[in-house]
Each structure stands twice: as structure tokens, then as C-alpha cells.
Design a protein. Structure first.
Ligand code: NDP
Ligand code: GNU
Length: 311
């Protein structure tokens, strides 16, 4: 039995493009949704053409044309959604409900919905307005499970480019040069993942019976780091100490006032990650898997190496 045919929805997106590349690299017949709505977005067009050059097939479909979605998913065995969550660019997680319906109608297809962050099933207590990310992901999961569609939920923890590159500072995507805000005592453990490894693990899970109807965490031992440990790695690389300013929980949460919606969402997520420790304050359960344990052959990127490009 050959490798499953994979359709990536949201394939020109930030994690989506990496999932397309990983699917091609691991030898899956790879399909990418081509939406008419991308119009004159030349960057997306160029990305789609580059995927085609690498052997991917483009499938035209639109979320405003349900039958085009059904026709598209009928070409494949597995659909992976990398639909945007709540952040800088757009916020369309609930559009996936149409995709669930199309997959249900087509039948015999596994679905990996757009997760790739904190496990939303553990965030019932999450702060407003950031909780919307988790609530919407849970609505999609409910639809998948009610439709009895086989699934795998990929919990990516923190994308390194959004959380490690900036030493976990908000509002910037490069390391600070003089001072760094430390959340509380900075000793709460987080998990930082290179996005390319998330894509690799996601594709490894596609045909793996061990991940069928399971939650797959990316929590490799060397990448379980506190913010203070991450800062120390950077200081070692630069040979320069940063001035550390400890931010109390109260002051951090108070900073939400006066921020725009996305900023407030971010404060909520950062709070749960760096004050509460929501990524590491639990053991991975019986009915759950950890990616570096299932796929020890993957030489996942450590943050010492990830940070080098920012020097
Ligand atoms: P992007 O903002 O890159 O968007 C991904 C894709 O969503 C787009 O490329 C587009 O697909 C599709 N999309 C957006 N709007 C629409 C629309 N109106 N109709 C149809 N398709 C649409 O997403 P990210 O890669 O940043 O996020 C993907 C997932 O990763 C989310 O679940 C998010 O929560 C999570 N995430 C996690 C992070 C972490 O640190 N763990 C960091 C960032 C995101 P197309 O290619 O067809 O144009
Ligand atoms: C990260 C962000 C970075 C926000 C997740 C504001 C979903 C997740 C770790 O919403 O846009 O500065 O788990 O000023 O489950 C936001 C998104 C990151 C947080 C990405 C995200 C992480 C979404 C900021 C900022 C770098």
C-alpha cells in the first residue's frame, strides 16, 4: 500500500507551506488547495507554482463553493488543514466546519485540523479574548468526532520564530539588544519547536496507526526550556549579557489594557504559557503520543542552533 495522498488546505500559509514541503519530501502524492480568492496575491501564486514544480498537484476549490470542496477532498486519503488562527493576518478557524462536512460527504478520509499550538482541550479556563483560539478549535474537533472522521491533533507548542527568536518578547520577532522582559522568575518551562520539525512530525503521523484518533504532542526533551534558559543560550551565543527586567503576573496582565485585539489574544496566550506553564504542567497521557518518542530518527532542531541565524 503506497503512501497516502495528502491534500494541504492553507498550503501557502506560514505552517502550511512547511507541511506541503514535508509531504513532498516524505514521498506522499501531494495536493494543495488553490483558492480563486487569492486573486492577485503574487506571493501565494509563486508559492503554488513552486509546489507544482516539486511535483504537487493544485486543486482549485473555494470555501464559498461547497461542492468544489467535496470534489477536491475526493482526490485524497488525508486532508491536513493549516487554516489561520487568531493572529496578525486573519482568523478563519471556523471555516473548517465546511471542510469537515465535505470530508464527511466524500467519506473514507482522515483529517488533521488546524491545531499546531497549545492543546485547546486543556484550555477551558483560558482568559478572554485569547480563549477564542481554543474555543474555535474545540468546535471543529466536536464536528470531526460527531462525524466519526478519523483524525490526529498535532500540538506544536511554541513556534520558535514567534517565541524563541525574540526571547519570548511580545511585539517583536528579533532578539532584544539591551534588555529582556522576564516573565515572573523566568523559570516556568515552555516548549520551543522549529516549525520545520512540526511539519516533519505532522507528515510522519499521516499514515502511522499509533496516531490514529490520538493527540500528538511535540515535546522533545532538549526543547523543554524555561525563558531564562532560552535567554542564557542567546547570551552564550552573543557573549553579551542582557539586562533582565522581571515582569510580575499582575503587571503583565494589566498590559492588556490599551492593546488591540490581537495583542490581547497574545497576552492571554503568553500568560498561560509563561506564568501558568500550560505547556508542561501535565504528563502526556495514556491515549496520547509524543513526536520525538515516536520518531527518534528525526534530528529535531535545538534552540542553540535555531538562534544562530539571528546573530
Ligand atoms: P496563516 O495566517 O499563515 O494562514 C494560513 C492559511 O489560512 C492561509 O495561507 C490561507 O490559505 C488560509 N486562510 C486564511 N483566511 C482564509 C479565508 N478567509 N478563506 C480560506 N482560507 C483562508 O496561518 P498560520 O500558519 O499562522 O496558523 C496556522 C495554525 O497554526 C493556526 O491554528 C494557529 O493557531 C497556529 N499557530 C501556532 C503558533 C505557535 O506558536 N504554536 C504560531 C502561529 C500560528 P491559502 O494558502 O489557501 O491562502
Ligand atoms: C501564537 C503572538 C506573538 C501574539 C499558540 C502577539 C495559537 C497557539 C503556543 O496569539 O500569531 O509577539 O500556542 O505580540 O495555540 C500569537 C500566535 C503569537 C499568540 C501567533 C499562537 C501560539 C497561536 C507576539 C505578539 C511575538
Amino acid at each position: 500500500m503506497g503512501k497516502s495522498k495528502v491534500l494541504v488546505v492553507g498550503g501557502t500559509g506560514y505552517i502550511g507551506r512547511r507541511i506541503v514541503e514535508a509531504s513532498l519530501k516524505q514521498g506522499h502524492p501531494t495536493y494543495v488547495l488553490q483558492r480563486p480568492e487569492i486573486g492577485l496575491d503574487m506571493d501565494k501564486i509563486q508559492l503554488l507554482l513552486s509546489f507544482k514544480k516539486q511535483g504537487a498537484h493544485l486543486l482549485r476549490a473555494s470555501f464559498s463553493d461547497y461542492h468544489s470542496l467535496v470534489d477536491a477532498v475526493k482526490h485524497v486519503d488525508v486532508v491536513i488543514s493549516a487554516m489561520s488562527g487568531v493572529h496578525f493576518r486573519s482568523h478563519n478557524l471556523l471555516l473548517q466546519l465546511k471542510l469537515v462536512e465535505a470530508i464527511k460527504e466524500a467519506g473514507n478520509i482522515k483529517f488533521l485540523p488546524s491545531e499546531f499550538g497549545i492543546n485547546p482541550a486543556r484550555m477551558g479556563h483560558a482568559l478572554e479574548p485569547g480563549r477564542v483560539t481554543f474555543d474555535e478549535k474545540m468546535v471543529v474537533r466536536k464536528a470531526i468526532e460527531e462525524a466519526k472522521i478519523p483524525f490526529t491533533y498535532v500540538i506544536a507548542n511554541c513556534f520558535a520564530a514567534y517565541f524563541a527568536a525574540n526571547l519570548s518578547q511580545m511585539g517583536i520577532l528579533f532578539p532584544p539588544t539591551d534588555t529582556v522582559n522576564i516573565y515572573g522568575d523566568g523559570n516556568v518551562k515552555a516548549v520551543y519547536m522549529d516549525e520545520n520539525d512540526i511539519a516533519t512530525y505532522t507528515i510522519k503521523a499521516v499514515d502511522d496507526p499509533r496516531t490514529l484518533n490520538k493527540t500528538l504532542y511535540a515535546r522533545p526533551p532538549d526543547n523543554i526550556l524555561s525563558q531564562r534558559e532560552l535567554v542564557q543560550k542567546w547570551e552564550k551565543l552573543t557573549g553579551k549579557q542582557l539586562q533582565k527586567i522581571s515582569v510580575s503576573e499582575q503587571d503583565f496582565l494589566a498590559s492588556m489594557k490599551g492593546m488591540d485585539f490581537v495583542g490581547q489574544v497574545g497576552v492571554g496566550h503568553f500568560y498561560h504559557i509563561f506564568y501558568e506553564g500550560c505547556l508542561t504542567n501535565f504528563e502526556i497521557g495514556e491515549n496520547e503520543e509524543e513526536a520525538s518518542n515516536l520518531y527518534p530518527e528525526v534530528k529535531y532542531t535545538r534552540m542553540d542552533d535555531f538562534l544562530k541565524v539571528y546573530l
